[in-house]
Design a protein around this ligand. Sequence first.
Ligand SMILES: NC(=O)C1=CN([C@@H]2O[C@H](COP(=O)(O)OP(=O)(O)OC[C@H]3O[C@@H](n4cnc5c(N)ncnc54)[C@H](OP(=O)(O)O)[C@@H]3O)[C@@H](O)[C@H]2O)C=CC1
Ligand SMILES: O=C(CO)COP(=O)(O)O
Length: 348
Amino acid sequence: MKKIAVLGAGSWGTALSMVLADNGYAVSLWSHRKEQAEEILNQHTNQKYLPDVTLPSHIQGTNELSEALDQASAILLVVPAKAMRSVLEQIKDQLKQPMLFIHGVKGIEPGSFKRMSEVIEEEIPASLRTAVVVLSGPSHAEEVSLRHPTTVAVASSDLEAARKAQDLFFNHYFRVYTNEDTVGVEIGGALKNIIALGAGMLDGLGYGDNAKAALITRGLAEISRLGTKMGAHPLTFIGLTGMGDLIVTCTSVHSRNWRAGNMLGKGKKLDAVLQQMGMVVEGVRTAEAAYALAQKMKIEMPITTAIYQVLFDGKHPKTAVDELMDRDKKDEIAPLTHSLAEQIAREK
Ligand SMILES: NC(=O)C1=CN([C@@H]2O[C@H](COP(=O)(O)OP(=O)(O)OC[C@H]3O[C@@H](n4cnc5c(N)ncnc54)[C@H](OP(=O)(O)O)[C@@H]3O)[C@@H](O)[C@H]2O)C=CC1
Ligand SMILES: O=C(CO)COP(=O)(O)O
């Protein structure tokens, strides 16, 4: 039985381990907390992150990175974005041969504002990695752990590596598409969390479906503007990892970003919200990163800016909505066709 090392034993690392175990792989699921690793190993549960789920017995919990990596044929990283670099620093001296690196992280590194595949490529020497693949799409861990039908994309500039990742995860309830646009898949997956915070705020304020549809659609427009400027293919944003993930995260009660936004919309303070969540809410730090990138690259991102101001400048969510509605009159499509023309020119 081939072995996969899964690093990060939160909701998503655990749910993806179940998919791999269902596909016949032995999974070594690493937690940085000893008691959690022992719970997974001995009780076959992960009560904090996926209560009421029984894990297949060939998912072995471990607190030792060396044990997780021993004999593994691929590494799946599923830690919060802010922890990615430190986990890579801990594993790089333990790698004995080049490995396939896959990550399922939807965030941008705080401070450097780098995408996760860039962080992996910086930390792991080329001689120790065969390729880097990102797995992303509309996929709440809670539903995957119930084996409900789910679709995702695996993206890499190395299409063969993406196909290998597709083979690892693909099964009758987990349908996996390949994509060659790593930038678009990573930017869509990370930035949808900011819009999901906004969706929660709208619901918390008591607004309806019109406002939510507007937020999702115009949110996607500004994500696409930034993403294409960073080199993404514009069509990626209407796929699973763009529009698909926006739909699920902005409308599902499973979404931690939506739930956090909802509490903010009802007037709770950010610190209290994050404390109550007790799980990663990637959209908060990603809002900081996207706001900084938008300023640096001179991209208009009014919704991201408004959410940033609610999170960090104490702006009331209702004031943010009012200001967005009162902005200058615009054309809907012209700025997008401009980005598309730029992309076509780049590809020529
Ligand atoms: N949940 C989901 O449905 C999905 C999540 N994702 C993405 O997956 C990534 C992980 O999220 P998710 O699993 O949901 O998060 P959770 O909050 O459920 O779990 C995070 C896990 O990472 C651990 N962790 C925190 N800091 C460190 C560190 N410094 N070193 C090692 N481990 C650490 C936590 O440990 P501790 O318990 O000690 O805090 C916990 O086990 C995020 O980028 C998220 O956007 C993507 C798709 C779906
Ligand atoms: O990315 C996700 C679903 O596709 C999970 O979103 P949350 O982190 O908001 O729960």
